[in-house]
Design a protein around this ligand. Structure first.
Ligand code: HEM
Length: 213
């Protein structure tokens, strides 16, 4: 497929720049629906900013599983660019946190203490993962601890988003949230299938390599 082949020639910081640009543009499309004069008016753009960042997260989260289950140029490309997918997600979440920061400073924190603690934990993991994706910070960790940090962080962020969207589906019965929640559950099932393949429980094809800098 020529389009696919062209896509796989976009790598590293160029890919990050394009994803950051796309995330910014998608987030800005929500601005006409935002009202910066009240906490309630901010809700839409805060939620919209997360939705614009999450595709990059889901790709980074499933890259190694896709490479295990369906080895090929596209999944190899995703895996080799996993760091930049993760950084693009971090960029999108920086927009989310900036909007949340503005809302909290202007109108106070409307989240309950449990959700605030979960959000801050996920944000701390995201910050640690972002910093340790750079060699200067990464070399302060052993390879085993680097892997532990990135695995724990990826699962914490996955768990928080899945929890939020599944609760929304339960209480609001919203179709968009149901689709997003299904994408998160499907992403986790892919990781389970890749784990099963690596342990010989289903047909294993390839064990992906680590991308520690
Ligand atoms: C990596 C860290 C974080 C992740 C993965 C995350 C994820 C999410 C998700 C999935 C939503 C729901 C979006 C939707 O309904 O479409 C959301 C909303 C929100 N988040 Fe975050 N968040 C993070 C950090 C934070 C932090 C640190 C705060 C502030 C304490 C925060 C405050 C909010 C607020 C105020 C909303 C809107 C809730 C509402 O109005 O119902 N988030 N976040």
């Amino acid at each position: 497929m020529p389009g696919m082949r062209q896509l796989t020639t976009i790598n590293s910081w160029r890919l990050f720049s394009l994803l950051a640009l796309a995330t910014t543009a998608a987030t800005c499309l929500g601005l006409p629906f935002a009202d910066f004069r009240s906490a309630h008016g901010m809700e839409f753009i805060i939620k919209h900013s997360v939705r614009c960042a999450l595709p990059s997260f889901l790709l980074a989260y499933t890259a190694s599983s896709l490479a295990t289950l369906w080895p090929g140029p596209l999944s190899r490309w995703l895996l080799s660019n996993r760091r930049y997918l993760g950084l693009a997600f971090a960029y999108g979440m920086a927009l989310h946190l900036a909007l949340v920061g503005y809302s909290v400073l202007s109108f106070g924190n409307r989240l309950n203490p449990t959700v605030t603690a979960l959000d801050l934990t996920a944000a701390a993991f995201l910050l640690a993962m972002t910093l340790t994706s750079f060699r200067w910070f990464a070399r302060r960790l052993s390879l085993a601890n680097w892997r532990r940090l990135h695995k724990a962080g990826a699962y914490t962020i996955w768990l928080l988003a899945t929890y939020i969207y599944c609760s929304d589906v339960r209480y609001e019965r919203d179709v968009v949230h149901a689709l997003v929640a299904s994408a998160f559950v499907a992403a986790w099932l892919l990781r389970v299938a890749a784990w099963a393949a690596q342990h010989g429980l289903i047909d294993a094809v390839k064990r992906p390599e680590s991308h520690r800098p």
